[in-house]
Design a protein. Structure first.
Length: 371
């Protein structure tokens, strides 16, 4: 394996062994604290535009299989590990991590001090970084990083281009795709939902023509304020049918309701994030991947109620609308990877739909009786 270097815009740099693709890559450097699930993490569309550092020291030990992908084409820009395993041992393994990354043109770098790198990110925050060969002097790479502006159109890169249907005989769900993990779709189809997946910029009028029983707002990459068209759509949808938002969808519901969001110093990325439910007092361990959060203070002037908070930093983890059947969570209840503590939220969503249908039927009966 050839030597590669990872250079951060603050001047820090690391030299290690290259694996995967030989291509260069510039992206936002972040870290993930999960001990397992590297295949799901690498294929999670929410990592679009980012180079991911794995804090767990050994990655690749169970290979890559056909079942654990969260998207068909990964949008991640690079992989950074302490030790890369090129001899996986698992009965489901079909290829090595190195082979997969090479096929998808994703560069990797191994053999560096990921603990030191993580501490730099925690201290200074996420920043631009570049994986490149040793041919470039660090000064040249720093100049490139200084002149590079990271894209802000990540959602348009990973959202579906055209609507498509996953048939079912249950509730009719319109799923707005901002960078959907397959796990979300799996949870809905497992409950026999009839799901219509639509692009991120679908209008409220177009969604209304589909006559949904409920609307799902998915996860996705980047700053929620970079998709203003989706915010306007959600404003019109709130109060029409039940809505459930996950991760970016959670942030978009907050913005559509008059709250605010802000960039976090280094975000929450991992499958071990503790969240407290303020109503039942229970604590859940959750899977998370986000660099922005809802401003807690901004909720005061809205119709949103704070339902869950992070036990690590008290950031907003759950919201519910006081007037309409709309709720959201910052974490991933579908896990993939991670614990399944909150998988029941998909059932709560469907219960909201059934309650809404019942209320509409009762209102229609009362109206007919008056006539």
């Amino acid at each position: 394996m050839s030597l590669k270097q990872l250079v951060l815009e603050d001047g820090s740099y690391f030299v290690g062994e290259g694996f995967g693709s030989d291509s260069e890559s510039i992206g936002e450097i972040v870290f993930n604290t999960g001990m397992t699930g590297y295949q799901e993490i690498i294929s999670d569309p929410s990592y679009c535009g980012q180079i991911v550092t794995f804090t767990y020291p050994l990655v690749g030990n169970y290979g890559i299989n056909r079942d654990d992908f969260e998207s068909v084409d990964p949008a991640i820009l690079g992989v950074v590990v302490k030790e890369h395993c090129d001899t996986p041992s698992n009965f489901r393994s079909e290829e090595t991590l190195d082979q997969f990354l090479e096929a998808k043109d994703i560069p990797g770098i191994a053999g560096i001090d990921t603990r030191k790198l993580t501490k730099i990110i925690r201290r200074h925050g996420t920043m631009k970084a570049m994986i490149t060969s040793m041919d470039r002097p660090v000064s040249e790479v720093l100049e490139i990083l200084n002149q590079t502006k990271l894209p802000i159109d990540q959602v348009s890169q990973v959202s579906t281009i055209k609507p498509y249907v996953v048939p079912g005989r249950g509730c009719r769900i319109v799923l707005m795709d901002f960078g959907m993990k397959h796990g979300i779709l799996r949870e809905l189809t497992k409950r026999d939902c009839h799901v219509t997946v639509v692009p991120y910029d679908t209008t409220a009028q177009e969604i209304d023509r589909l006559k949904p029983d409920g609307i799902m707002l998915t996860n996705g990459p980047g700053d929620p304020k970079n998709v203003p068209e989706a915010i306007e759509t959600i404003k019109e949808l709130i109060g029409q049918v039940p809505v459930f938002g996950i991760c970016l969808g959670h942030q978009l519901i907050a913005l559509a309701s008059g709250a605010d969001t802000a960039k976090m110093k280094f975000g929450h990325r991992g499958s071990n994030q503790p969240v407290k439910d303020l109503k039942n007092g229970k604590t859940y361990i959750t899977s998370q991947n986000h660099g922005y959060s809802v401003s807690r203070e901004s909720l005061e002037a809205t119709d949103l109620e704070l339902t869950q908070t992070s036990l690590n930093d008290e950031s907003v983890e759950g919201l519910a609308h006081r007037l309409h059947p709309v709720f959201s969570v910052q974490y991933h209840p579908e896990s993939s990877p991670g614990p399944e503590d909150t998988e029941n939220l998909f059932d709560v969503f469907l219960e909201n739909i059934q309650a809404d249908k019942k209320q509409q039927k009762e209102e229609a009966t009362c109206l007919n009786a008056q006539i």
